[in-house]
Design a protein around this ligand. Structure first.
Ligand code: FES
Ligand code: FES
Length: 179
């Protein structure tokens, strides 16, 4: 008997069992897999490709724990179905080091001891990477707006915001060095 939204969402009954062949770019590499048309991207990442940084937590687009980049924009991978994936370009936290912003965000969050249990950390890294790729000089208000879809249950957010501000400073320093 399903117990709550997440169980209902996970329940197999009524799922579309027709299989699709899906081709997309995952962390810079062309990949293909076979999946039910209504399989969620977070499930595909974890079950087909062993990429477990995106967490399947609420499963209804509320917590942000499953965040990935799709075409460079942060999206909840629990809300993307297999049939929507064809030809897409997905970057997960595992592939974030390919970008300067991703490396800097990780270093800055680490330097500020931003996380406690770390469960939410990959999703915050993904969201902040997208933010700084779009806006290298994002201020605190912009950072807080960007993070509205990411929930952390441990930290109270102060350390995460400090880490994000530090990432902005590090990126500004890099830009100065390269000028
Ligand atoms: S698991 Fe996707 S938003 Fe919570
Ligand atoms: S550090 Fe534990 S949920 Fe964010």
């Amino acid at each position: 008997m399903p117990n709550g939204y997440a169980d209902i969402a996970r329940a197999d009954s009524g799922r579309d069992k027709s299989q699709l062949m899906v081709n997309f770019v995952l962390n810079g590499v062309r990949r293909a897999c076979r999946a039910p048309a209504d399989a969620r991207l977070v499930e595909i990442l974890r079950d087909e490709f062993g990429l477990t940084a995106a967490r399947a937590a609420c499963d209804i687009g509320r917590c942000g724990a499953c965040m990935v980049l799709s075409g460079g924009r942060p999206v909840n991978s629990c809300l993307i179905m297999a049939w929507q994936l064809e030809g897409g370009e997905i970057v997960t936290a595992e592939g974030i080091d390919a970008s300067l912003e991703g490396r800097v965000v990780k270093a800055a969050l680490t330097a500020e001891n931003a996380f406690q249990c770390g469960y939410c950390a990959p999703a915050f890294v993904v969201t902040l990477t997208a933010l700084f790729q779009e806006d290298r000089v994002a201020d605190e208000a912009r950072i807080r707006r960007a993070l509205e879809g990411n929930i952390c249950r441990c930290t109270g957010y102060h350390s995460i915001i400090r880490g994000a501000l530090r990432a902005g400073e590090m990126l500004a320093e890099q830009a100065g060095d390269n000028a």
